[in-house]
Design a protein around this ligand. Structure first.
Ligand code: NDP
Length: 458
């Protein structure tokens, strides 16, 4: 895939970039290793100061930075500004909390003499490779870099090939914030050059957010090299609606969650599973609210749904919907690309989805809600779990007993009751099953890329 900025709203390629050569890549990895030798000895307070300065730059330059994201991957300008703001929040939160996450953790073994000091000390690993996707082009990167850099690691970013200007903007912000030279570098390379980076002894760990095939390839390579890896992959999150839910407000939440980021988030509510007692009314509300969304120019404040990020994503979604209808699914609204310039697809709803339809078992990365009916809570949980993915999920009920069962029995890394799934610095984030392993954010994020060294002194 060419490294280029192509406006998803018009299809126009506005800027192309050359990939690093092998020699330039080697030079960048060496610079990363050299930078680590000094950076590892900086204090958490120094790192926090640079992190706060980065937050100030993000706040001061929100419009410019957000405009790059909208230009490169089509999210609405309103959403892009919110994303940049969230990155500033993440920088400040880790600046305030990393010292507490990284403090020595004491242990009290029964056989230790009274003068013994036994504890875990958290030390940085070194250069960490971050392979990141285009869908939250700032936040996906900051949620890795804030904890990783606060722990004393240095970062190498291989961003998605369609967001090179965002990738370069991120390393530029960090340099201007005062982080020492080469502590965080953007590598403009295609995915075919990744194996050599994962294999390199100077690169100590790898994290990937993206599709399941990319995750399998990178995770396997990291395993072969006995290197720590964190994988945050796709999802097909369930959104369970029980009879006690406020149907109108819940339908608003379903639409907001399914269409977040033009329908291209790993944690969109993709499978909406409704108790049959309220299914007819909920379906009516869902279709009505999806049809009320405005599709159009992502720079326009009144737009709810911008274009998909690329023509391949549009073609793939179109194929998945057409093949699902051919397999017997019913299209309740939408279902056809809007045509003309740009990768626009309408808010759509599919129902009566048979098990052999792509919509049943694949991730749909676009604004298509999948509606299922369940006769009772048992069947709702069974449908929710009938997926190879297990990222997040949400359920809507006023019944505390139902909520407990949903939390205990749905096989995901995250479960929300009466709230849509979101990612926030203070709370761990990650999946189960084929949605990946490891956790980002909160103290789990800080401790993902450290050597937890056991120390016993007596
Ligand atoms: P990819 O997984 O292909 O891309 C994510 C990142 O991984 C990019 O930086 C990409 O680089 C890189 N990459 C891709 N293949 C490899 C590989 N074999 N080895 C190393 N790095 C690799 O996502 P796409 O953008 O192609 O989207 C495809 C699908 O992935 C979506 O339809 C969706 O289902 C899922 N997805 C899920 C996301 C999530 O948040 N969980 C985010 C994005 C996508 P390059 O761009 O150069 O190919």
């Amino acid at each position: 895939m060419a490294i280029a900025t192509t406006n998803p709203a018009t299809g126009e390629t506005v800027r192309e970039f050359d990939s690093l050569t092998q020699q330039e890549l080697e030079d960048r990895i060496q610079r990363s290793w050299d930078a680590f030798q000094g950076y590892r000895d900086t204090t958490v307070e120094q790192r926090a100061g640079w992190m706060r300065a980065a937050a100030d730059i993000l706040d001061a330059e929100t419009d410019r930075l957000a405009g790059l994201a909208t230009l490169e991957m089509g999210k609405t300008f309103v959403a892009a500004k919110a994303e940049v703001g969230k990155c500033a929040l993440g920088c400040r939160w880790y600046a305030d909390h990393s010292a507490e996450h990284l403090a020595d953790h004491p242990w009290e073994p029964a056989d230790a003499p009274s003068n013994a000091r036994v504890f875990t000390r958290y030390q940085p690993l070194g250069p960490v490779l971050a392979i990141m996707p285009w869908n939250f082009p700032y936040w996906q990167v900051f949620r890795f870099l804030c904890p990783a850099l606060m722990a004393g690691n240095v970062g190498l970013l291989k961003h998605a090939s369609n967001v090179p200007q965002v990738a370069l903007a991120i390393s530029d912000v960090l340099v201007r914030a005062g982080f020492p030279r080469d502590v965080f570098q953007t590598l403009l390379i295609g995915s075919e050059m990744i194996e050599a980076v994962v294999d390199d002894d100077r690169v100590r760990a790898v994290t990937l957010t993206g599709s399941e095939p990319a995750g399998r390839a990178v995770g396997a390579r990291a395993g072969r090299n006995v290197k720590t890896s964190v994988l945050e992959l796709g999802g097909s999150d369930a959104f369970v609606v029980m009879p006690s839910a406020d149907l109108d407000a819940t339908a608003d939440a379903a639409v907001a969650s399914r269409t977040l980021n033009n329908g291209q988030s790993c944690i969109n509510a993709k499978r909406i599973i409704v108790h049959e007692q309220v299914a007819d009314e909920f379906q009516r509300l869902l279709v009505e609210k999806m049809e009320a969304l405005t599709v159009g120019d992502p720079m326009d404040e009144d737009t709810d749904l911008g274009p998909l990020s690329g023509p391949q994503g549009l073609e793939e979604l179109d194929r998945q919907v057409r093949d699902s209808v051919a397999a017997g699914a019913s299209l309740l609204t939408g279902g056809t690309p809007l045509g003309g310039k740009g990768n626009f697809y309408p808010a759509s709803v599919l129902a009566d989805i048979p098990k052999d339809a792509p919509a049943y078992y694949e991730e749909l990365f676009g604004p298509v809600a999948l509606l299922f009916r369940a006769t009772d809570l048992d069947e709702a949980i069974a449908i929710a779990n009938d997926s190879s993915f297990g990222l997040g999920g949400s359920a809507w009920t006023q019944d505390a007993g139902e909520a407990e069962r949903l939390v205990d029995e749905i096989e995901t890394g995250m479960m929300n009751i009466n709230k849509i799934t979101a990612s926030t610095p203070e709370v761990p984030f990650g999946g189960a099953k084929n949605s990946g392993y490891g956790r980002e954010l909160a103290s789990f994020g800080t401790l993902s890329f450290v050597n937890a060294k056991t120390v016993w002194i007596q």
